[in-house]
Design a protein around this ligand. Structure first.
Ligand code: PA5
Length: 440
């Protein structure tokens, strides 16, 4: 169950009900802007069951024949999987003793050092590759795939490598699909009607997540339950309606930055996923809340000063989880040299809750309205709920803002310039013009 507490935002959201009802209809009936890309709305119920079984079978094979899996993808083709694995299995997953493969994320940048390090870390270990690209043409993952495909072919031969390459891409279009068909790679589909940043619950996220040993059924069950909650056209009971309305009313008041945070370091990559989801969905037509993130309490000692006292242009959304399974109590120290015995016997959850409450009051008093998203215990079911809640809220929120939440025209600008400067066929003239500009 997810509850949104917007009582510390200082705002009423009731006036948004009619606009929310309209946005809700656009999502439910696929009749709004970008309606070709709302396949994620019913996905937790209508997902392809045959493919889901193939994902689990492929995950078992990878677990049995590989010590490492390289997940190659960028943006919506990797952030969700990484967020889920780090939250549920730990940011230190690769360092843990476990009977599942190490997982390395590649193709999400162009750093030679980063790529080399992954190759060195894999060393002589048996490994497999899951290359993920909806378009099948994105440069960063395509370049990384060349390196890992070459390494696989050198180690296992062409036929052996083909059995260790899993491609997640469009069902028919793109260079990756064509290559996969030619080479005989097992393929999984990014549905036509699901954009990259809404694709974590498709094969895009599910294959790497399953390889890490996470219970996919629980993740999907949580998402399905939140889908039912979000279908209710009622501001009093629909947390996505409440969150979308609260953030839009704050934006209209001039607060242009939203900081998402949690008191769980393992949630950090989920905030990266959230930033892409909201930034790419809303930041267009010179509008949109800028999504930023913090990790508390660590960032209270770095960003805390600015949040408390800097320019008043932001609000905070804090995700709070149920109690931890770890029962850690502060030990008693007879000498009390550090003066901490007033905490002796108190559990860490209790201490963290006081920090959360104290910080909330301080920030609100400092002029930073707070929204609190209350979630359940830290498990796959809860995370499925959180994923669907943020996706549905994002669709609503983009419509409230008056943009198409499902396109990303701005992402193309840098790509075109990069292709031109790299001399991609067809971009020669543009390349010369850009080089002249750089030389000025
Ligand atoms: O959300 C999006 O659409 C983007 O972030 C894409 O996921 C990203 O650009 C990668 O694209 P592709 O999966 O086509 O390689």
């Amino acid at each position: 169950m997810i509850q949104v507490d917007y009582s510390r935002s200082g705002k009423s959201v009731a006036s948004f009900a009619p606009a929310l009802a309209q946005a809700h209809t656009w999502l439910q009936e696929a009749t709004g802007r970008g309606n070709d890309f709302v396949g994620w709305v019913n996905l937790p119920r209508d997902y392809d069951k045959e493919e889901y079984a193939r994902i689990q079978a492929a995950a078992k094979k990878i677990q049995s024949d590989s010590k490492a899996l390289v997940v190659i993808g960028i943006g919506g083709s990797y952030l969700g999987a990484r967020g889920v694995i780090e939250f549920l299995r730990s940011p230190n997953y690769n360092l843990k003793k476990k009977d599942t493969p190490n997982i390395y994320f590649a193709g999400n940048g162009l750093s030679a050092d980063y790529l080399q390090e992954i190759m060195d870390l894999i060393g002589d270990d048996d490994f497999s590759v899951n290359v993920i690209s909806k378009s099948g043409t994105t440069t960063e993952p395509a370049v990384a795939f060349r390196f890992f495909r070459a390494a696989l072919e050198k180690k296992y031969g062409k036929a052996g490598a083909a059995k260790r390459i899993y491609a997640t891409t469009d069902k028919a279009r793109g260079a990756l699909k064509a290559l996969s068909t030619a080479e005989g790679y097992e393929t999984f589909v990014v549905p036509d009607n699901v954009g990259g940043r809404y694709s974590v619950l498709t094969a895009v996220g599910l294959l790497p997540i399953a390889v890490s040993g996470i219970d996919l059924d629980q993740l999907m069950a949580g998402a399905a339950s939140m889908m039912e909650t979000c279908r209710r056209a009622d501001l009093d009971v629909n947390p996505a309606w409440q969150y979308a309305a609260a953030r839009n009313t704050l934006y209209r008041d001039g607060l242009k930055i939203e900081i998402l945070g949690a008191y769980e370091p393992a949630f950090r990559f989920m905030t990266e996923w959230w930033k892409q989801l909201y930034g790419e969905s809303e930041g267009k037509e010179h509008k949109g809340i800028f999504p930023a993130s913090v990790e508390f309490t660590a960032d209270l000692h770095s960003m805390g000063q600015y949040i408390q006292d800097g320019e008043r242009q932001m609000f905070e959304t804090i995700v709070r989880f149920g109690p931890s399974a770890a029962d850690l109590r502060v030990p008693l120290d007879e000498s009390d040299g550090d003066g901490l015995n007033f905490l002796a016997g108190k559990d860490m959850d209790y201490i963290a809750t006081q920090a959360m409450d104290g910080t909330l009051l301080a920030h609100v008093e400092g002029g930073v309205p707070n929204l609190v998203v209350r979630a359940g215990e830290k498990n796959a079911y809860t995370l499925g709920e959180i994923i669907y809640f943020f996706e549905y809220s994002c669709g609503l929120s983009g419509y409230l803002l008056g943009v198409n939440p499902f396109d990303q025209p701005g992402v193309e600008a840098y790509k075109k310039n990069m292709f031109a400067l790299l001399g991609k066929p067809g971009y020669e003239e543009m390349g010369a013009a850009l080089r002249a500009k750089l030389e000025k």
